[in-house]
Design a protein around this ligand. Structure first.
Ligand SMILES: [Zn+2]
Length: 377
């Protein structure tokens, strides 16, 4: 069992770690002394997946996972940089002595709650099994094999915060190292199929206002909730645009709230919609604004258009509906998206990844990197 209560950046060093440790590689202090969990070596993709799952890393709490990965990659002989995002978490960037022309990337954070690792013959279970800790393990194993074959123009990028706002990816995009890179292979669970596109996404909060009054005298007030229900009825009638490649645009009414108590006419109400876009965001915004017709305020949160990705022959293809770090990693070269596991298992209580898919992913990543490096020469 790991002791998850310690250590933190401000905690005194654990036993055996000198105070003011001079540091390892590019890191300010020895990672073990800053909270690395000591991941096993050499890389066994099943064992590493389980070890990564057992380091909790719900978004905002990626510190221990980042330092543990950094420490492992240093031991494996990579140049490792931890790009600090805030005092408690950092992106992990691992390269060789050469400038990377192809990088493999995925995210370290998970949705809550933490679920410890377990396994049977066929699957590894636990939070992050497929989204995306099995992918981290498969990517490291693939790059290890490639380095064994003498391939060095490769790198690994592990981000924080993908599940929330991708602040990790946004910061990573600013690194000068990105400009030398030609291809980005991002890992998310696609059942090991090469995604040739990802749908866009638009999140919007719709707020209505009213006038509070005693419920026995409703004519004295204006109900914000009834206004919101009228607006939503019209939003549900919208015929969203479709696209041949990306399919239907869909709208989820994910949150609805308002009012204070049953006997008061409510003076405020709001809803949050998540729209998965098959076409550009502007068309969806226009349709929404027409439906709302000035009866409510609209506040857009995350907005991005659908992304077309590089397709290669000989790989099974798919279109995915979820979003990734890819829109924020534009400086790292042409993006591709592929990974083991199913998005339908991600974010669930039974999250899992098939062992056979993990092994296959190692070979897929290896082959993809080779194919892409061939294209750069
Ligand atoms: Zn993910």
């Amino acid at each position: 069992m790991h002791d998850y209560s310690e250590p933190s950046l401000t905690a005194p060093p654990p036993p055996g770690c000198p105070a003011g440790d001079p540091g390892v590689g590019l890191l300010p202090r020895s990672l073990r002394c800053r909270g690395g969990y000591g991941l096993s070596q050499p890389v066994d993709v099943f064992k590493l997946t389980r070890e990564l799952i057992d380091i909790p890393s719900v978004t905002g709490e990626e510190f221990h996972l980042g330092t543990s990965l950094g420490e492992l990659l240093i031991r494996l002989g990579y140049r490792v940089e931890l790009q600090e995002i805030d005092s408690e978490r950092a992106n992990v960037i691992a390269t060789t002595a050469d400038q990377p022309k192809v990088v493999l990337s995925t995210h370290m954070d998970t949705v809550p709650p933490f679920i410890a690792a377990s396994e049977d013959e066929e699957f590894i279970y636990g939070r992050g099994a497929c989204d995306a800790k099995g992918i981290i393990a498969a990517q490291i194993a693939a790059v290890e094999k490639l380095r064994g074959d003498g391939v060095n123009e490769i790198g690994l990028l592990f981000t924080v915060d993908e599940e929330v706002t991708s602040v990790g990816a946004k910061a990573l995009n600013e690194l000068p190292l990105a400009t030398s890179c030609r291809y980005l292979i991002n890992g998310e669970p696609t059942d090991n199929r090469l995604a040739i596109g990802t749908k866009g996404s638009l999140q919007v909060t719709i707020k209505t206002g009213g006038l509070a009054a005693h419920s026995a005298y409703p004519e004295q007030g204006v109900s914000a909730i009834e206004k919101l229900l009228d607006v939503l009825a019209d939003v549900r009638q919208i015929e969203w645009p479709a696209d041949e490649t990306f399919g239907e645009t869909t709208c989820n009414i994910g949150v609805i709230s308002g009012g204070t108590r049953a006997n008061v006419v409510p003076d405020e109400a709001q809803t949050v919609l998540q729209i998965r876009l098959a076409t550009g965001a502007q068309a969806a915004k226009d349709l929404l604004e027409r439906a709302v017709a000035g009866r409510a305020s609209l506040e857009y949160k995350s907005v991005h258009d659908p992304v077309r990705l590089l397709a290669l022959d000989d790989f099974e293809q798919t279109i995915v509906r979820f979003t990734t770090d890819i829109p924020y990693l534009t400086n790292w070269g042409t993006p591709l998206l592929i990974g083991p596991g199913s998005i339908l298992d991600a974010h669930t209580e039974h999250e899992r990844v098939a062992k056979s898919e993990l092994l296959k992913a190692v070979e897929i990543y290896r082959e993809l990197v080779q194919r892409l490096l061939d294209r750069t020469t």
